[in-house]
Design a protein around this ligand. Structure first.
Ligand code: ZN
Length: 379
């Protein structure tokens, strides 16, 4: 979901990062506030003041999102869920969970914590706004605080839409989960409503564009698309987690992997291994111990007429840790390694011994076989 992320700071043990896409949102908000919102509601101030108000408003919005995500993270950590940190991106923020909540009550509490904190903040700013007189020197400050009151309440309202994986959708899921005791069914209903709200926002966006609200319309459309996609992806992830829960890498490991002895020449390696198996990379194994890895890019560095003068041992390099996994590891960890590095195979290694290979294809085949069998049998 994220491209380039920059770590901003660490607070209470949570890392706060921004995705590059967030900068677009920051510029857009500053601009809209400085050129539209503030001049409309607070007339007659100097142009530079509007820009200052716009910038402080955008920073305040940014802090409000972090506050909201922090409360999700606090409650999640309180119930023992590992939290990876908070990332801000073009559609707001996410508190990244290392795992799904273990039960309906935890999900409910961690989901509602965010919107409640935003409502609290919104009313807090509203109170301060009322205390500040509408007189000249304090007017810009009153304006910014008034905006923050309004934006926090919007943030709470938007997140309370019953569209999974938004907070409201998680609350809905926890209720159905509690009621039916079936997380898969609960997730399915919650992501249906997520897709429904996503499509509704997209239609609203198109209608707005036809009514002349071009920027607002596009914004609604894109957010709708995001909610719809997120609902579908979250559902698939929950299914995958559910089906693969407790399955270790060893279960999916294919034994007798293809490996290359270090003593053979490059010529032999190309003829007998590369042309035969077409893998991108081969493990090099001596006396059952894995001594390195060799790939075809390394071979390309050697002129063809020297292939029989060099051995695999000379060319092999240390295997990258992202290409190997322990048989004891969780299969979900293997999947996330594959996803991170675009690999469809990993070497299964224990105490420097190559045990076998785990492939994406085998995991997915198991997944679809399980889904076939369990489609109508509830959990
Ligand atoms: Zn939230």
């Amino acid at each position: 979901m994220f491209g380039n992320r920059i770590t901003l700071f660490k607070l209470f043990g949570f890392e706060v990062k921004i995705d590059i896409s967030w900068l677009i949102l920051a510029v857009l908000i500053t601009f809209t506030l400085a050129r539209g919102f503030f001049p409309h509601y607070y007339k007659g101030l100097p142009l530079l003041t509007y820009w200052w108000m716009g910038l402080s408003g955008a920073l305040g919005f940014f802090a409000s999102i972090i506050f909201h995500e922090f409360w999700h993270s606090f409650v999640a950590r309180r119930y023992g869920l590992p939290m990876k940190g908070i990332t801000l991106f073009i559609f707001g923020g996410v508190a990244e969970m290392g795992d799904e909540p273990p039960n309906a009550k935890t999900e409910f509490l961690m989901a509602i914590a965010g919107p409640l904190s935003s409502i609290f903040l919104g009313f807090g700013f509203f109170g301060i706004n009322l205390l500040i007189p509408r007189s000249d020197p304090l007017l810009p400050m009153k304006g910014v605080i008034g905006y923050l009151a309004y934006i926090n309440l919007i943030l709470a309202a938007f997140n309370l839409l019953p569209a999974f994986p938004l907070d409201g959708g998680r609350i809905l899921r926890s209720a159905i989960w509690k009621w039916t005791d079936n997380i898969r069914w609960a997730t399915r209903v919650a992501s249906w409503t997520g897709s429904f709200f996503g499509i509704a926002l997209m239609i609203l966006g198109i209608l707005s564009i036809f009514q002349g609200n071009f920027i607002g319309g596009i914004w609604f459309f894109v957010i709708g698309m995001f909610v719809k996609n997120a609902a579908q992806i979250s559902y698939q992830q929950v299914l995958l987690r559910n089906v693969l829960a407790g399955k270790r890498v060893g279960y999916f490991t294919k034994l007798d992997p293809v490996f290359v002895p270090p003593s053979i020449s490059i010529e032999q390696f190309v003829e007998e291994y590369f042309y035969k198996y077409h893998f991108k990379m081969f493990p090099v194994v001596e006396d059952t111990n894995i001594v390195g890895c060799i790939n075809i890019a390394q071979v390309k560095n050697i002129p063809r007429n020297e292939w029989n003068q060099h051995t695999v041992r000379e060319l092999a390099k240390k295997c990258l840790p992202e290409n190997t996994i322990s048989p004891e590891a969780d299969t979900l960890k293997a999947l996330s390694l594959m996803k991170q590095n675009g690999n469809t195979k990993l070497m299964v290694v224990e105490d420097r011994k190559l045990i076998g290979i785990i492939t994406l294809k085998d995991i997915l085949q198991y997944f679809s076989a399980r889904m076939d069998l369990e489609e109508y049998s509830g959990k």
